[in-house]
Design a protein around this ligand. Structure first.
Ligand SMILES: Cc1cc2nc3c(=O)[nH]c(=O)nc-3n(C[C@H](O)[C@H](O)[C@H](O)COP(=O)(O)OP(=O)(O)OC[C@H]3O[C@@H](n4cnc5c(N)ncnc54)[C@H](O)[C@@H]3O)c2cc1C
Length: 329
C-alpha cells in the first residue's frame, strides 16, 4: 500500500435527463463532508447531456470534468470507463466513488477489475470512505469490517448509508473533458437498446415517500390503490419479492436484499409480512408505517406506526382522510 499520498477522490456523477441523479449527489456530498478539514480533495466526472445549470446544485471545492456527445446518451460503459481510467491516472486519484445504481454497479465492477482496486460495496462506518469500512451482511444480522490492501479503492455507495448533510459556500469548477481520443470510429455504444420498465416519475430508491405492497394486496389491480396513495404523497410505489414473483410489479420495484435499498422519510408497507430479506432494504427509512391483517406480523416489530386491518379497507380510508386534509389546506 502506498503511504504519504494525499487522498484524491473522484465521484462519478450520473446524469439523467440532463440532471445529476439524487443518488450521485448524495455520494458527492458524503465525500465532500469527509474531505473537509483533511488532506484530501474531491473531483467529479460526468458524461452525457447536462442541462443548463445542472451542476449548480454542487457545493464544495474541486473540479467537475464533464464531457458530452451523442455516443454517451445511450451509455457506452467501456468508453466512460476508459475516460475515468485516464483521468484517474492524470489526476493521481486514490479512490473512485459511484452511487449504487444499475450503471454505477456496472462501471464500478469493471473499473475495480481494470485498476486492480480494492472494492468497497455498501460500506458505511466513519463516512464510508476510509481504508477500513464496515457493512451489514447476512440480511443485516452481522457487521463485517474490511480493510483495503490496494492503492486504489472503488466505492459503491447505496442509500443504506446515512443521508449526508453537507453545505459549503464554495462551488466546484466545471471543466470540459475532451472525449475525442476515446471515440473509436464506428463504435458508439455497447448498449443497443434501452427499455424503461418503470413508468414511475421517481425511482423507488430515490423517493422520499414509498408506498409498497406485498402478497397481502391479493391482486395486481389492488396496486392501483397504492399508486393513488403514493401520488397523493408525491411518492413512489414499491413491492416485496412475493408481489414481484406474482408478476404484479416488475423487479425494478422490488425492495430488499435482492431488490433496492431505500431511504425514504416515510415508508408505508401494505400486506407485507416483514421477512428479514425485506427489512434489509428498509433499514434507512426514517418513519415506517405498516398495514397488516395479522397483529403478529414481524413487520410491526420494525414499524413506528402499525395499523391492524385489511388493506382493502385501510388504504381507501387513508386516501379519503388525506384528500380531506389536503382540501382543507
Ligand atoms: C435469498 C433471498 C433473498 C430475498 N430477497 C428479498 C427481497 O429483496 N425483498 C423481499 O421482499 N423479499 C425477499 N425475499 C423473500 C422473503 O423471504 C419473503 O418471502 C417475502 O418478503 C415475502 O413477501 P410478502 O411479505 O409480500 O409475502 P408474505 O410473507 O406472504 O406476507 C404477506 C403478508 O400480508 C398479510 N396479509 C394478507 N392478506 C392481507 C390483507 N387482506 N390485508 C392486510 N394484510 C394482509 C399477511 O398477514 C402477511 O403478513 C428473499 C428471500 C431469499 C431466500
Amino acid at each position: 500500500m502506498m503511504t504519504g499520498m494525499a487522498e484524491h477522490y473522484l465521484v462519478f456523477l450520473e446524469l439523467r435527463n440532463g440532471a445529476i441523479a439524487k443518488s450521485s449527489l448524495d455520494v458527492w456530498n458524503r465525500f465532500q463532508k469527509f474531505s473537509s478539514g483533511r488532506d484530501s480533495r474531491v473531483s467529479a466526472f460526468a458524461a452525457g447531456h447536462a442541462a443548463e445549470g445542472a451542476f449548480d446544485c454542487l457545493q464544495g471545492n474541486g473540479t467537475v470534468y464533464h464531457t458530452d456527445g451523442t455516443h454517451f446518451r445511450t451509455g457506452c460503459d467501456s468508453v466512460v470507463c476508459a475516460m475515468i481510467e485516464t483521468l484517474s491516472g492524470a489526476e493521481r486519484v486514490t479512490g473512485i466513488a459511484f452511487a449504487s445504481t444499475a450503471m454505477g454497479r456496472r462501471l464500478a465492477a469493471f473499473l475495480a477489475g481494470r485498476l486492480r482496486a480494492a472494492f468497497f460495496s455498501g460500506c458505511g462506518g466513519s463516512g464510508g470512505v476510509e481504508k477500513v469500512c464496515s457493512r451489514f451482511i447476512h440480511s443485516g444480522t452481522v457487521i463485517a469490517s474490511y480493510a483495503a490492501a490496494a492503492d486504489m479503492t472503488i466505492f459503491l455507495q447505496g442509500r443504506e448509508l446515512p443521508q449526508p448533510e453537507f453545505s459549503s459556500a464554495e462551488k466546484p469548477a466545471i471543466e470540459a473533458f475532451d472525449a475525442t481520443p476515446y471515440v473509436v470510429g464506428g463504435i458508439h455504444s455497447l448498449l443497443v437498446h434501452a427499455v424503461s420498465q418503470s413508468c414511475q416519475k421517481r425511482d423507488v430508491a430515490e423517493a422520499s415517500v414509498v408506498v409498497a405492497g406485498g402478497r397481502g394486496m391479493g391482486t395486481r389491480e389492488a396496486f392501483g390503490m397504492l399508486e393513488e396513495l403514493a401520488a397523493l404523497l408525491d411518492g413512489s410505489v414499491g413491492a416485496s419479492r412475493a408481489a414481484v414473483d406474482e408478476g404484479w410489479r416488475p423487479h425494478s420495484y422490488q425492495i430488499g436484499q435482492t431488490g433496492k435499498r431505500i431511504a425514504p422519510d416515510l415508508y408505508i408497507a401494505c400486506g407485507i409480512s416483514g421477512a428479514l430479506q425485506h427489512l434489509a432494504g428498509i433499514r434507512s427509512a426514517r418513519t415506517v408505517v405498516a398495514v397488516n391483517s395479522d397483529p403478529d406480523a414481524p413487520i410491526f416489530g420494525a414499524a413506528d406506526y402499525g395499523i391492524v386491518g385489511e388493506v382493502r379497507e385501510v388504504i381507501p380510508d387513508l386516501i379519503g382522510i388525506l384528500r380531506d386534509v389536503m382540501a382543507k389546506k
